[in-house]
Design a protein around this ligand. Structure first.
Ligand SMILES: Nc1ncnc2c1ncn2[C@@H]1O[C@H](COP(=O)(O)OP(=O)(O)O)[C@@H](O)[C@H]1O
Ligand SMILES: [Mg+2]
Length: 314
């Protein structure tokens, strides 16, 4: 055991990914209890400050996906309350969760991303209709396009647009989740995710959804996606992805465990999609699977992430 302090496992929350977080949280709570830690499960839905005080926790193990739990807000609250927490700090969390801000940092550091434009609600929405012509005029890359909210996760609000005429519906759906939407070039190729732990690339997994793309159903319905470990890519491409993933984790200032998503096109060019600062943590989630293939069993992984709260510095 690395600490005898009381650990609060923060899960649930109010984001669209609440159910996923509850599952991740239970797995983490079970692992910590099994290792003998003084752990308590806290569903962060409402009255979070009182709950944290009532439970008298010394350390927070954050397993919240999306929304306040992943965008730096809960991290800020914990800092103000003087409670150390696992994973990335305020700025890294906020940057990683905001796909527009993150892309600017990646481009600054020569990390390749798919060509994109950012569309703001106030610029294109008025009188109950979306001015989709403005968007199609701006996008100087070919169809298909991927339309996604700037600050969601789990593929929520993400759609692939194959014909220009379908852009308005896709924008409308994405704007339901926020005021900024990204329209990206759809990159045809392999989807590979790399796990980072304590500033080291652990390896990766290739995800092969049986659906059009890795959407919400493909992510959470067993049997709808095949997972290939290690990914079926050349050794050279694998090394490039591992190095880029670590660079992306580092330039955002992340800490603890992150999962970095890529698409590799048919000519082996990598495109970074995003860095997930609080990846899924059920025993069958991708990061734990990758960790296991790197000889780090689930309880060991949880303990290493816990250490990120205790040792603090990046
Ligand atoms: N530019 C793109 N080209 C091809 N597929 C994409 C692209 N962007 C996203 N996707 C697909 O949509 C999924 C979700 O996109 P992502 O940017 O990772 O958002 P989220 O935060 O919702 O996971 C990806 O896993 C991938 O299958
Ligand atoms: Mg993703």
């Amino acid at each position: 055991m690395i600490t005898d302090k009381r650990i609060g496992v923060l899960a649930g929350g109010t984001s669209a990914e609440r159910e996923v977080s509850l599952k991740s949280g239970s797995a983490v709570y079970k692992a910590l209890s099994g290792l003998g830690y003084d752990a308590v499960f806290i569903d962060v839905s409402d009255g979070v400050c009182e709950k944290l005080r009532q439970e008298g926790i010394d350390i927070a193990f954050i397993v919240l996906h999306g929304g306040h739990g992943e965008n730096g807000a809960i991290q800020g609250l914990l800092e103000v309350m003087g409670i150390p927490y696992t994973g990335s700090g305020i700025l890294a969390s906020a940057l990683a969760m905001d796909k527009e801000a993150a892309k600017m940092v990646f481009l600054h550091h020569d990390i390749p991303v798919a060509p994109y434009i950012v569309v703001r609600k106030k610029d294109v929405c008025g009188h109950d209709r979306i001015n989709s012509q403005m968007v199609t005029a701006l996008a100087d890359f070919p169809l298909p396009w991927v339309v996604k909210p700037a600050t969601e996760g789990s593929s929520i609000g993400v759609n692939i647009v194959r014909e220009e005429g379908d852009i308005a519906d896709a924008l409308k759906e994405a704007f339901a989740y926020g005021d900024r939407v990204l329209v990206e070039e759809f990159i045809k190729g392999k989807e590979v995710q790399i796990a980072i732990l304590d500033n080291r690339s652990l390896g990766g997994v290739e995800v092969r959804p049986l659906r059009e793309f890795y959407d919400f159903e493909a992510k959470y319905t067993p049997g709808l996606t095949n997972y290939i470990l290690p990914p079926e890519i050349s050794e050279l491409t694998y090394d490039v992805l591992k190095a880029l993933a670590l660079r992306a984790h580092t330039v955002l200032g992340c800490r603890g465990a992150t999962r970095v998503d890529f698409i590799v096109d048919e000519s082996n060019n990598p495109f970074l999609l995003e860095v997930n600062t609080i990846p899924g943590m059920t025993e069958t989630s991708l990061l734990p699977k990758i960790a296991r293939s790197a000889k780090i069993e689930f309880p060991d992984l949880i303990e290493k992430i816990l250490a990120s709260a205790i040792h603090g510095e990046i």
